[in-house]
Design a binder for this molecule. Structure first.
Ligand SMILES: NC(=O)c1ccc[n+]([C@@H]2O[C@H](COP(=O)([O-])OP(=O)(O)OC[C@H]3O[C@@H](n4cnc5c(N)ncnc54)[C@H](O)[C@@H]3O)[C@@H](O)[C@H]2O)c1
Length: 466
């Protein structure tokens, strides 16, 4: 009686995909609309779930923000997922992991190379180092016979993505690329509406990723993703999720892209008069500037402090680090070069057109999507989905009413690890909802979009030559 079907598991997670038909209100930010007939949205298929005979074990390569999150799931579902080792150079992070998961000293390493010098010590290697440090540990892990939980982006160049793909095929490894939105109930439901055919054939999609100005300033101005040469182009680092969603929703191959974008707001030209290089060196604009580091991270706490590296997590410790460190820099005096706005037009096979915008200058987050079909349309904002049929009928579905456990990318993070556990325990990659090859399509689209942007929008073909 160990077998549970996927529906039961979703129920354990508190999820139910049946459409919650609300009064015909409107998607956030839209004007209210008159009442209209309602109908139930099609429910995503239920996939079988089998409790693993033993927990799938993992070694975490890079116990930072993502690595520690994936590790924490072992405490939530110890019968399915167990952390068996860690490699992390920052002492307090490594020690935290060892303590949380009761790791013996010989399972705790300061760098990934040490892990792969040894015989395989777990089923899965969780590759959660920074963008430019995925390739080498991923290849070493595959060589040692590990399956992978591989953070996106797969790698910063198409050649490296392809080398990983070939190694995965050669080793017959199971790989989940962390395109976590594919597992999130909202996006699963949106895809199901499209796949059901009720809005007819998809003609066009308009998709907006509002990065949110503080998120931009933290990650892409001060943080690790601020420079393309040290990380990856923002269209890959931030938006490979969105490009992957477009592939999934259209169900087609992307054929051509054209992109424009630049860095407009977070530049020296916009620095307040007299602003010093570090906010805490007496910035005259402190009261008016939403990015003053002392206020953002300590006094007003408008953004999180996880990425600020210091063993002293007290306010005093964070402030001391801000006085000299990268997160204390004036956002107008950083060495960032990735665009803060970018529009990408993508053509898919069959003539489907999609327009994608990445925008830093928004006060809100939450992806906004409009899908235009031959028989109806969808408007969504990562919480509500409004589906309207041209022949009559409207449904409004609210993910917060339909599913629970929506922490972490709308609940995608945890559900992805559960699916990986299924796939590894049963040695069946089909138990994952997507493949490495599919994930690579989004990367190829991102590389082509960046090339087009740098060429002033000149169209680029997308050719998935593996
Ligand atoms: N799937 C998503 O939606 C999502 C969201 C955020 C970040 N990411 C990606 O996840 C990855 C990690 O991001 P993060 O925010 O956790 O970064 P992070 O900086 O918090 O974590 C990376 C960790 O790797 C460690 N590290 C550095 N050198 C190492 C070495 N030689 N051996 C082992 N570990 C080493 C660092 O000390 C750090 O703790 C990035 O590639 C990022 O783009 C994905």
């Amino acid at each position: 009686m160990d077998d549970l079907n996927r529906r039961q598991i979703l129920e354990l997670l508190g999820a139910s995909f049946g459409a919650t038909v609300l009064p015909a209100t409107a998607v956030r930010g839209e004007a209210a609309r008159p009442a209209a007939p309602t109908f139930a949205l099609p429910a995503p298929p239920v996939r079988p779930y089998t409790r693993p005979a033993r927990p799938v074990t993992a070694v975490i390569i890079g116990h930072g923000s993502r690595g520690s999150l994936y590790g924490s799931f072992a405490l939530k579902m110890p019968e399915e997922w167990r952390i068996a080792g860690v490699a992390e150079p920052i002492d307090y992070r490594r020690e935290r992991c060892a303590a949380d998961h009761s790791l013996a000293a010989d399972r705790v390493f300061t760098t990934w190379e040490q892990v792969f010098e040894r015989p395989r010590l777990a089923d899965v290697a969780v590759i959660t180092t920074q963008d430019r440090m995925h390739f080498a540990p991923a290849m070493a892990a595959l060589e040692r016979g590990y399956d992978l939980l591989l953070e996106k982006p797969i790698a910063p160049s198409w050649e490296e993505c392809r080398a990983i793909y070939r190694k995965v095929v050669e080793r017959n490894a199971i790989v989940a690329v962390c395109h976590v939105l594919r597992y999130a109930p909202y996006f699963v439901q949106l895809r199901e509406v499209i796949a059901s055919g009720i809005i007819g054939d998809v003609v066009s999609i308009q998709h907006l990723e509002p990065v949110q100005h503080l998120h931009m300033s933290h990650s892409f101005v001060r943080g690790p993703w601020r420079r393309k040469d040290e990380s990856t182009p923002i269209i890959l680092a931030k938006s490979c999720h969105d490009l992957d969603l477009l592939c999934w929703w259209t169900g087609r191959r992307c054929t051509r892209v054209s992109a424009f974008g630049s860095l407009t707001k977070f530049t020296a030209a916009n620095a307040p008069a007299g602003a010093p290089a570090h906010c805490l060196d007496g910035c005259p604009a402190e009261a008016a500037c939403p990015y003053h580091a002392g206020n953002v991270y300590v006094h007003k706490k408008t953004w999180g402090t996880y990425h600020i590296v210091t063993p002293d997590r007290s306010a005093a410790g964070i402030l001391a680090e801000l006085r000299k460190g990268q997160y204390g820099r004036c956002v107008y005096h950083c060495d960032n070069d990735v665009p803060d706005h970018m529009v990408t037009n993508l053509e898919f096979a069959g003539g489907i057109t999609t327009a994608f915008s990445l925008e830093a200058c928004t006060s809100y987050g939450g992806r906004r999507t409009r899908v235009m079909g031959t028989l109806g349309d969808i408007v969504g904002d990562e919480e509500l989905l409004e589906v309207t049929l041209f022949a009559g009928g409207k449904a409004v579905w609210d993910v917060t009413q339909a599913a629970a456990d929506l922490e972490g990318h709308g609940g995608g993070d945890l559900r992805m690890v559960r699916d990986l556990v299924q796939a590894v325990a049963q040695r069946d990659p089909a138990l994952l909802p997507t493949t490495l090859q599919r994930s690579m399509e989004s990367h190829q689209m991102a590389f082509a979009a960046e090339e087009s942007r740098l060429a002033g929008g000149a169209p680029r073909t997308v050719d998935l030559a593996l």
